[in-house]
Ligand binder design. Structure first.
Ligand SMILES: Cc1cc2nc3c(=O)[nH]c(=O)nc-3n(C[C@H](O)[C@H](O)[C@H](O)COP(=O)(O)OP(=O)(O)OC[C@H]3O[C@@H](n4cnc5c(N)ncnc54)[C@H](O)[C@@H]3O)c2cc1C
Length: 372
């Protein structure tokens, strides 16, 4: 069976490797001039590996995912730590009781925390965050950051993104709680290159001929696949500036959130993330922007309207017995890299029986996987 994988991001490369291992004849087409998608890695002018689409720290608690990634690269054991600058003071993120006790208005914050409802209010992003953190912490740590990040008032967003993403902790913890964390020591591009070793790859190739293949795994935008016939799904994107050897407040932190900055949302220090002992550093400043034609769709914007629109496209996609949407853009889902691999592994049985299933069953099986 001839399988075409469209897109050589982490999802496309994982599917290509898994399908090849299952004995299918697989090839890949990627529309850009390089593999890697959002986690593509290159070298800075001062010799430090970095991700031009935003710093990436790998993490998973799943043993199969860990075993899979370790078969293509060694990982450094960098455990991602984040800081946040509020009123010119660097604090630890996520917010912990330890941080709160050091703050001027700690009494008020603790009172609000005590009066939180038993169950978080899932009405929207804002009600959820206030019911979990209280109004004072919400205003200081979450409101500005989220408004700038998404370009929307937080009450317009659903809880899909924030749910299970930030927790109040007792002491300062790493941002991710997963056992396995790190970056591939030679960057993600090399890691993915190893993953697709032996599989034919064509770069600068956005077009495909549907009749030449038995199955197409499509990791591009699902709305683009259908020529936007129901309307465009919204995405947020980022613009990047760089500074060499810039001042960095604390080398425990690989990235620092900047909710009160008038332009940037966060900065990333690649010397820390790639654990380089050099004097040089390469710092990336990230500015959230709307999606234009020339920049990359990065973050699905989880409003009620977008989620409904995606569902319409997914129902449409499930009618095809040849093209299967996968990955972050195909499934309009904020997948972290470990989740993208987990989803590929767990979607494999569905892909193998796709052709014999009815559209309704395809749809419900995908939805079930996406909700796990
Ligand atoms: C700023 C930022 C920071 C992140 N940080 C982290 C992090 O620290 N840790 C973490 O785990 N995850 C992180 N992520 C998430 C991570 O980037 C995703 O999990 C991952 O990129 C998903 O891979 P993908 O292959 O599904 O999608 P993508 O990386 O978007 O890849 C899709 C690929 O398909 C190609 N394509 C699209 N349409 C076509 C077409 N028609 N024909 C051919 N090719 C096509 C694209 O060019 C692209 O190469 C971050 C994301 C962003 C935006």
């Amino acid at each position: 069976m001839q399988v075409l994988v469209l897109g050589a991001g982490i999802s496309g490369c994982t599917f290509a490797r898994l399908m090849k291992n299952e004995g299918y004849t697989v090839s890949i087409k990627e529309k850009q001039d390089h593999i890697g998608g959002l986690c593509y890695t290159k070298k800075s002018p001062n010799g430090i590996l970095y991700e031009p689409n935003g710093g990436h720290a790998f993490h998973t608690k799943n043993d199969r995912v860990k075993k899979f990634v370790l078969s293509f690269s060694e990982f450094n054991n960098y455990k991602h730590k984040k800081g946040i600058v509020i009123n010119d003071i660097l604090r630890h993120f996520p917010i912990s009781r330890k941080t709160i006790l050091k703050m001027k208005n700690s009494k008020q914050i603790l009172k609000e925390l005590e009066n939180r409802p038993k169950n978080p209010d899932l009405t929207n992003f804002e009600t959820f965050a206030i019911s979990k953190f209280g109004l004072t912490l919400y205003k200081l740590f979450i409101y500005n950051y989220s408004k700038k990040m998404w370009g929307l008032e937080p009450h317009k967003l659903t809880t899909e993104y924030i749910h299970n993403r930030i927790e109040l902790t007792d002491s300062n913890t790493h941002i991710f709680q997963d056992d396995f964390q790190g970056l591939p020591i030679n960057g993600y591009t090399k890691f993915l290159d190893n993953m697709i070793h032996g599989i034919p790859l064509e770069l600068n190739a956005p077009e495909f001929n549907i009749s030449s293949y038995d199955l197409i795994l499509y990791s591009g935008r699902i709305d683009e696949l259908f020529k936007y016939k129901f309307g465009k799904l919204q995405y947020r994107s980022l613009r990047f500036d760089y500074r060499e050897n810039d001042n960095w407040e604390n080398e425990d932190y690989g990235s620092i959130n900047l909710p009160q900055h008038n332009k940037y949302i966060r900065k990333v220090n690649f010397k820390v993330m790639y654990q380089k002992k050099t004097k040089n550093s390469w710092i990336q400043y990230q500015e959230p922007i709307s999606l234009y034609d020339h920049n990359l769709p990065m973050y699905p914007i989880y409003t009620k309207e977008n989620i409904e629109l995606f569902n319409k496209y997914l129902i449409e996609a499930c009618k095809s017995d040849k093209i299967i949407p996968v990955g972050r853009l195909g499934l309009y889902k904020y997948l972290e890299m470990g989740q993208a691999i987990w989803l590929a592994i767990n979607m494999l049985p569905l892909i193998k029986k796709w052709k014999i299933l009815k559209p309704k069953s395809r749809y419900s099986e995908i939805k079930e996987l996406l909700n796990k």
